[in-house]
Design a protein. Structure first.
Lengths: 234, 234
């Protein structure tokens, strides 16, 4: 197994969307906005809206839109459903960009630096390039380059996304290892010939909801990025 | 003038293609390969082949090929013209990748780090993404993201390249400043509404050949990236 590049899922694998949304939601409350919202529930619903949206687009049942656009559509629905009426347009658009400000899991940046010494490391996310760029800048994620589903015009786990990534990296799929906390993403990558590394992120959905676990059939299963670096001799 | 991102030309503006090619050419000689070649001349000719090729593709007179491919086509012609017959296929392909290993101008990396504190900094080059990724990794160029003409399917100074870059950055052209040592590149960016910064690189073509100078009509004219950072208050 000769790996030259690692491509990373981002939402949930590198960054902790749930905690960041809860944190920023509570900040709004401190500004006397959106009082009484169940932010953990809000975060889950926002993420679910993203998953449904990308699946519909990937299956051709919905027109292409970027993740920023999809997040905004979902956010407006949720604000209405949760009875939030005290945010103006500017505040809504700013809150939508919380996804640009997601915080990394505690060991993620250190792990990426280690892996970068040995491999090309690239984001390969459904997020649009500008979102991923701002996130990397804010969280200091040391990507060698950023790849987005946007380049393929559809969303993971569609094969075109992984194929486009391999083409842009100038590598054959077997030289690339997809790293993700989500089984479905890794199955998609595997289907086009990528190597795969599953990373456990047991807290992705919070303490009361199961994340993917008991996985099998992947080249590497790691507890976090430091363990991944160790297993890949990086 | 409110600038949020700087997009950089790479070959000649950030990295010194001529010196790197001459240096690696002389390394070949030390290995008793390709003796007696005029490497400065070889470097100039290789660069000229690139310029002609991209112009033909940009004008629709030639089928799309990546810069790696175009460099290889040109390299084979030059090896033949310069009478080099002692390189095997592996050595030719490796030498073609000298463009992945270009060295930065002396102050470039430090300047980019300063500019990165204030702006999104992105490569915007005719080079293909994999070339630019390897170059950034090798020369430690701290890009926030890498943008390539490859995403637009044509080459600078075609307007589509700059338009695609603005779309991917999620910004209007007026929020972006193109940085280049080449007047033609800046005129192309200006035509779609980018701000422009000309940076002098008097040694790009060597001591005996003129690089672009006496320029006017750009928002900033800088002697190097440190001066650019100073002028942009970064």
């Amino acid at each position: 197994m000769k790996i030259d590049a690692l491509t990373f899922d981002v939402f949930g694998t590198v960054t902790d969307w749930r905690s960041t949304i809860i944190y920023e939601g509570k900040q709004l409350q401190r500004d006397n906005k959106s009082l009484g919202i169940d932010w953990p529930d809000f975060a889950s619903e926002w993420r679910s809206g993203y998953l449904e949206g990308t699946q519909e687009i990937q299956r051709g049942n919905r027109e292409w839109m970027t993740i920023d656009e999809l997040h905004l559509v979902t956010l407006r629905k949720l604000l209405s459903r949760f009875g939030v009426t005290d945010l103006n347009e500017q505040e809504i658009c700013d809150f939508n960009r919380v996804w640009h400000r997601l915080q990394p899991w505690p060991e993620a940046v250190q792990g990426l630096h280690r892996l970068k010494e040995k491999f090309v490391i690239a984001a390969l996310s459904n997020g649009n390039l500008s979102l991923l760029t701002h996130m990397a800048k804010n969280a200091r994620l040391p990507w060698d380059c950023i790849l987005s589903s946007e380049f393929a015009g559809t969303y993971k786990p569609a094969p075109q996304v992984y194929e486009k990534a391999a083409e842009l990296l100038g590598m054959s799929p077997s030289q690339i290892m997809m790293v993700a906390a989500h089984e479905q993403d890794l199955r998609g990558a595997q289907a086009v010939g990528f190597r795969t590394a599953f990373v456990y992120r047991p807290m992705e959905f919070g303490p009361h909801k199961q994340s993917d676990h008991h996985v099998s059939g992947f080249d590497v299963v790691a507890t976090d990025f430091i363990d991944l670096a160790y297993q890949l001799n990086a």
